[in-house]
Ligand binder design. Structure first.
Ligand SMILES: *Cc1c(COP(=O)(O)O)cnc(C)c1O
Length: 360
């Protein structure tokens, strides 16, 4: 048996190191994972009860249409229910989109470095990926526009961008989408939406009326703290959603995930508190960089990419020896940087103390 040509040379997603493995290897009692941008405060306390209630129906297939979650999400976003597609994580929405739309004759345009799943899914479909380097850590939308040709099917704007944390502002985004040909889909991946505080961050939902070629991605994995349950969604024009929906598995989001997400939407205070704490904690890392002359990208997300002028692997190993799993910048396209997911105040204080001892 041979896999299709486009699969040759691909490697599975490399997750952050598992906590148990690190504890065993280094003989540490406590290891904190700050590598995948999960919420260090967990999820809303309402979720536990919602999951317990959903448990009684565990033997029954879930509602593939996710009706209750769909109604509530549509109401919250002020869109119609047929504008939504739910996925087993927004990762799956990217997969559904790629398998439904892309062929070997097409290309997509992305930034680089950016979230790797756009590229990965497109490559499996045999599609060319046109990667446009970030400028100062931000999407170069002019160059991305230039990269579009008659074979381009999609352009991905990761906003804020993972791994840089930077964002494309409203004016830049609107100027961009106005110039993108109507038959090219613009995907605004807003996985960190709840953390953003920049006033000029694009308000993309109202743009859906004007741009039927816009698809917005959001997730319950990051600020909502439900990463293990896998639920995210896309918001777009009903015709687009209808067209890609057959590419979705019948029961792609499970009952626990739907119930958890539904209850999490009710707890706006939890999201607000996480947003506020994240912003406060971000300041500590920014101050650390400013005070010690390290470059970093200003981040609107719950992680920060800092250039500590040492090989990423060394920074990673050092922090690992102190009980923190982070992301080696070498694997992210920033060879002398580390990407750290913001933890609790105590965790961040400890990291900054350790880095200061080591580097200053
Ligand atoms: C984490 C992340 C996602 C994936 O989230 P899931 O909903 O858990 O699949 C999508 N896009 C970006 C940019 C992310 O960082």
């Amino acid at each position: 048996m041979r896999v299709k040509e486009s699969m040759v040379g691909l490697t599975p997603y490399q997750p952050g190191k598992p906590i148990e493995e690190v504890k065993r290897e280094l003989g540490l009692d406590e290891v904190i994972k700050l590598a995948s941008n999960e919420n260090p405060y967990g999820c809303s306390p309402r979720v536990e009860k919602a999951i317990q209630e959903a448990f009684k129906d565990i033997a029954v297939y879930p509602d593939g249409y996710a009706r209750a979650l769909r109604e509530k999400t549509a109401e919250m976003l002020d869109v119609t229910e047929d504008q939504l597609i739910f996925g087993n994580g927004s990762d799956e929405v990217i997969l559904i989109l790629c398998r439904s739309v892309l062929t070997a004759e097409d290309n997509i345009v992305t930034a680089t470095p950016t979230f790797p799943q756009y590229r990965h899914n497109a490559v499996i479909e045999g599609t060319e990926v046109r990667e446009v380097p970030l400028t100062d850590g931000v999407h170069d939308l002019d160059a991305m526009l230039e990269a579009i040709d008659e074979h381009t099917k999609m352009v991905f704007v990761c906003n804020p961008n993972n791994p840089s944390g930077t964002y494309v502002n409203a004016k830049a985004f609107e100027t961009f989408i106005e110039q993108v040909p109507e038959d090219v889909l613009v995907i605004s991946d807003e996985a960190y939406f709840e953390y953003v505080s920049a006033e000029d961050y694009p308000d993309t939902l109202p743009l859906l009326k004007q741009f039927p070629n816009l698809l917005i991605l959001r997730t319950f994995s990051k600020a909502y703290g439900l990463a293990s349950l896998r639920v995210g969604y896309g918001v777009g024009h009903p015709d687009l959603i209808r067209a890609i929906d057959p590419g979705r598995e019948p029961f792609n989001t499970n009952s626990m995930a739907q119930a958890a997400a539904l209850s999490a939407l009710d707890d706006e205070e939890f999201i607000q508190a996480c947003h506020d704490k994240n912003k406060q904690e971000m300041k500590k890392y920014e101050d650390f960089c400013h005070n010690n002359g390290f470059a970093f990208y200003p981040s609107q997300a719950n992680f920060i990419l800092m250039n500590l002028n040492k090989p990423g692997g060394e920074i990673f190993d050092y922090l690992l020896s102190k009980g923190f799993i982070t992301r080696n910048g070498e694997a992210l396209g920033f060879p002398t940087s580390v990407r750290i997911t913001l933890g609790t105040p105590e965790q961040n204080d400890k990291i900054i103390t350790e880095l200061t001892k080591w580097l200053v």
